[in-house]
Design a protein around this ligand. Sequence first.
Ligand code: PEP
Ligand code: MG
Length: 893
Amino acid sequence: MNFILPKALAALLLRTVKGSSRFLLVEPIHNSDELEFGKFGVRAEQLRSLHLLGFPVPDGLFFSLDQVAELPKNICSLLKGEIANLSGLYSLRTSAGQKHWGGVEAVLNIGISDDYVKEIAPKIGLRNALDLYRRFICSFSILVNDLEPEIFENLYYDQMRLLNVEDEQSLDERALNLIVKESKSEFDRLTGFKFPQLLTEQIDMVFHAMAQSWYRPSAKILRKARGAPDNAGTGLILQRMVLGIGKALSGSGKCSPIDQASGKPFLHGFFLPNSQGKDATMGLRTPHMFSEAQKRKEQQSSSSLEDLNNTCFEKIKEILAESQTKLGDVFDFEFTIEENRVFILDSSKAERSPRASVAVAVDLARSGTISKEEALLKINPDNLIEFLHPQIDPSADRDIFGNGLPASPGAACGKIVFSSVAANQLSAKGEAAILVRVETTPEDIRGMHASVGVLTERGGMTSHAAVVARGLGLPCVVGAHDLTMNLSEGTITTRDGRIFREGDVITVDGTLGQALVGCTKMLQPKISGEFSKLMEWADEFRTLGVRANADTPQEATLAQSFGVDGIGLCRTEHMFFEQDRLIVMREMILAKSEAARKNALRRLLPMQREDFIKLFRIMLGSPVTIRLLDPPLHEFLPHSEDEMRLIAASMNVPLSDVVERSKDLKEFNPMLGKRGVRLGVTMPEIYEMQAQAIFEASMEINNGREDTVTPEIMIPLVSVTKEVELIKNRIKNVAKNIESVSNSLIKYKLGVVVETPRAALRAGDISASSDFLSFGTNDLTQMTYGLSRDDAGRFMQDYLERLVFPHDPFHSLDVEGVGELLLLASQRAIQSNSSIELGLCGEHGGDPVSIRFCKCANFDYVSCSPYRVPIARLAAAQASIGQSKKSRDKSKS
Ligand code: PEP
Ligand code: MG
């Protein structure tokens, strides 16, 4: 059995708390400055910090996770000397790695017995002493002996009925005495034992029962659902009771120094006289407010602790302020007042919304309490999503057709789709999809990724749709019971009989929980106030560039408003899905001869040029990386006979020709077929047209300007250097031709998307002929695993649940496998071309963990969706701060 400390060391390291009797609070163990909270749990760590600050924390003893895991039945005799002289009342509480993992409730008043009731009766009154005894017998019996709570509740309510009283306060000494007696004899009868009267006996039994119940399978499942690892343990804290019951002002309460929503200073909480533990939150009596300001804000007429006892209130206020300056954060406190003396029982970081967490961090840094780096490290980058949602313009008219729960904030407008497949198809065309389901399941995750909003008929705030949508930052309304969704027929029917079908445009308002007809007017999010300050600080510290994946002027403008450094990926195929272009694109694809293809490309050229002019104008002074056409051509093919007829008419060829050519172009495995650079090599005119459009657009924009745009042209799906050389020569010729006609010089960069494992392995020679490499980690993950990115959703959830994958490698980079390829590639690339620029443009570019990896791998930038730009800026700053801290630590040691 491991003790907290070997006896000799304990003598050195245990220190008597000022004014306390014999009982001890464990001081830092070994030579460490900090208590290893991994060893004792987070509550123990926090109590220790408060004690060291000199706050009035009742004396206590911490038991380590290891010690509790051994489920000792006789902890007191194991602790021998330390515990032999105990007297009075104690509480026992869990202290796990995270508070929200839950656990057994604290057991209070351990040590109460027939004799002890008599001992404290003069201090707190016999009635109160008996009531504590009654409650202890009840909680002890339930926890230690698994007795039913009803047994004790019935005894209690029987007395209340007998005396014809309605509230607990009306039960007098006599009645409580009777309940205690009956409770004890029920205990004796049901267990076959006498109710234990010795303090050490009670501690032993409660300790063992608490340790045991932490490891029950049901508790494990619950914890796991709250994010605890399988092997999560708990420490235990034995602490002297402060009773909260007495003749002078006594009671218990909770307080917080900030408003949870805004993070701005606001003293609030509650206080219940003559109470302890959870009494104040049980609703049996109405607690007082904490402060007068709270009373005014909440327009309550009841009194406040500030009013009842200003000295105690001021003392707590002082503690709140001091903890903030000394511990560098804002804390909520659980406190007990015993006869006008304040004690702190527990504290944790003040609850706050993501918005409030930014306000608090910035305020703390502005006041000099913490540094800018510490402020930046306090924010979970993913939480910034809350700032980044468009909202419905308050002045807009709302045609509401459904109401549900506001599961994930923000608003989005798009076309109704009833399946993930349809969502993916629509988004591949660059259109916005609203995924409508009765309820979502894990198979829908990929559909949710491809959608801009989600609406479900069933589900609550913690349903699958709600949880996933919040994680993805998607506006989401769940539980819209006034709608009937018929997925097989593809309809939504409203209470008033209106019917909506696939393709109809609707708006989802996840902030208010409404579904609206059509596209409602939106207000785009803005970076302002504390958020803007935080971003400014992030830019001071980050060295990793953050670019956006943006194909349209709208996306580029949004990315600019989020402080982007440039465009890291413009997927040019998205520019061809608009109806008028699609038809020309299809003509180009279906063309039988080079001449016919060139004719279609001539018509596409001005459209492309115009697209690039628009993008360059928005991105003046910043790099714009344009990827040449990538997808398999069959993605552009007409599907229905109607579409084929239309294209045949436009090309002036028989329908059979179109049908035949479409068949010809079908591939067994298009994602590994004729796509990316393979199109460029076999149909070079396409890339030539795109290069011409890029160069002409840049010339037009850069004409006589200083803040010019340098286009960066990117070749997709390369696997051998020869492909790069072929395309490079073609593009060079296009540039030369334009230069000789215009008599001016064209500046551009040429790079490669490294997204096949072979390209990663051959990054050395590929980089010799490239200005930059951008890692396309979506395809690279797909090809490294041999796992279709479009079908992985079918089994991903099973894989995650069975811990086959620790996370979805399409969302967060697989550092071990794909990461190794990235490292290898970046090392080889830098070795062969020291000026090579390295970026990452897969979905992982917006994932904080992957961003940290990119920083460690010496990348120059990441590129992500516009909405994730601020998240990436913060994550990049955190990565830089983390890296310099690590190297500081290294040089110290
Ligand atoms: C990639 O493969 O990582 C990439 C950025 O390209 P896409 O997602 O368009 O295939
Ligand atoms: Mg790709």
